[in-house]
Design a protein around this ligand. Structure first.
Ligand code: ATP
Ligand code: MG
Length: 346
């Protein structure tokens, strides 16, 4: 069993153990249709809806924290009113060479939130770990056609995209472990830094509103490909002291890519993640980042939340796993801010 399968197996095991609770809480499950079809998304919605078990909420009128969470869960599950959509598809690279700062969690949960509010969203998994593919429950064992084939074999991007499980209009271009070799295999290839950009320019994104590219924790060729392929960078910053140390190097790389390969590149968004309100340091880091970067820092700060970290082992975003949790609500707010910023840019 490879690592990816192992992760999924653990998740499935948990899912079996808690299936009764999960059903009671209304968590949707279901296999993703095999090949994405942007046009057929609404049809799939009808099919998926059949599997959703709505939780029974008593006394929703009271204002206890549990009642508030239950109302929030119901609102998030129902999808809510559509948010404004950008005029043209926004492609956003999520990068930070520091490991474990919440890049993948951010890609998956922003994408899920936006898709639940009417946007059509693709997540391109550019990390050989394949964590975004796992979280979106898309098959990514070695040998599956994936982003690796797009980068190394010139396979069209449209041919590797799959529908994500449980949320209509959410798609994923999976990464397999083969991608680990791509950093080296790309070296002798022509225009090695622009392979993803080329694949995206040959891809019809008119049926999409957002493309998020989830980067690995390095500033190697894969991340450079992502920076060349998108006009926007979103940097998740963990609210802890060391998180700021690598930031200068990342911003220098963004500058280099801008001046040599992608003149339109901007850091459009910064998201503070894993905020622990019990520590003074977390607030200091948040204040420092806001003071330095100003309005590109989203107002919504993602708190540390156990539910956020549990969700991927069930092949889900936290938006469906536990929509009423503090993490889900914060990601929902962050995505809403991004959607409204899209509208004000247009
Ligand atoms: P890598 O650099 O390895 O790709 P990453 O930057 O993509 O990591 P994630 O995988 O998103 O980071 O998060 C790292 C770990 O922290 C994961 O186990 C994830 O479930 C957990 N995590 C992320 N965000 C939160 C949060 N808000 N609260 C609690 N746990 C979180
Ligand atoms: Mg990751």
């Amino acid at each position: 069993m490879d690592m990816a399968e192992g992760t999924k197996a653990v998740g499935r095991h948990h899912a079996r153990v808690v299936s009764a609770t999960a059903a009671a809480a209304g968590r949707p499950r279901g296999p993703a249709p095999d090949v994405a079809d942007f046009g057929a998304a609404d049809v799939r919605l009808a099919g998926d809806d059949k599997e959703v078990v709505m939780p029974v909420v008593t006394d929703a009128g009271s204002d206890t924290p549990i009642a508030r969470a239950a109302r929030a869960a119901l609102a998030a599950r129902a999808g809510g009113a559509p948010w404004p959509r950008p005029k043209a598809c926004r492609t956003i690279t999520i990068a930070n060479q520091k490991g474990g700062v919440g890049k993948t969690t951010t890609a998956v949960n922003l994408a899920a939130s936006l898709a639940l509010h009417g946007a059509r969203v693709l997540v391109i998994d550019l990390d050989p770990q394949g964590n975004a593919s796992t979280a979106l429950d898309v098959d990514h064992h070695s040998g599956v056609v994936s982003v690796y084939n797009v980068l190394v074999d010139d396979r069209p991007l449209a041919g590797v995209i799959k529908s994500a499980a449980g949320i209509p209009n959410l798609y994923c271009a999976p990464a397999t472990i083969d991608l680990a070799g791509a950093e080296i295999e790309l070296v002798p290839l022509v225009a090695r830094e622009s392979r993803l950009a080329r694949a995206l320019s040959g891809f019809d994104s008119s049926g999409l509103d957002y493309i998020f590219i989830d980067c690995p924790p390095s500033l190697g060729l894969l991340t450079v490909n992502a920076l060349v392929a998108a006009p926007e960078v979103l940097i998740p910053i963990q609210c802890e002291y060391y998180a700021l140390e690598g930031l200068e190097q990342l911003l220098r790389t963004v500058d280099l890519v801008r001046s040599h390969l992608n003149p339109g590149l901007t850091v459009s968004t910064i998201l503070l993640t894993m905020f622990d309100g019990r520590t003074r340091l977390a607030s200091q880091v948040a204040d420092e980042v806001k003071g330095h970067f100003g309005e590109i820092v989203l107002g919504s700060i993602i708190p540390r939340s156990v539910r956020v970290s549990e969700a991927p082992s069930y092949g889900q975003s936290v938006m469906t796993y536990d929509p009423g949790s503090s993490g889900a609500q914060a990601y929902l707010e962050a995505a809403k801010e991004m959607a409204h910023r899209s509208a004000s840019r247009a």
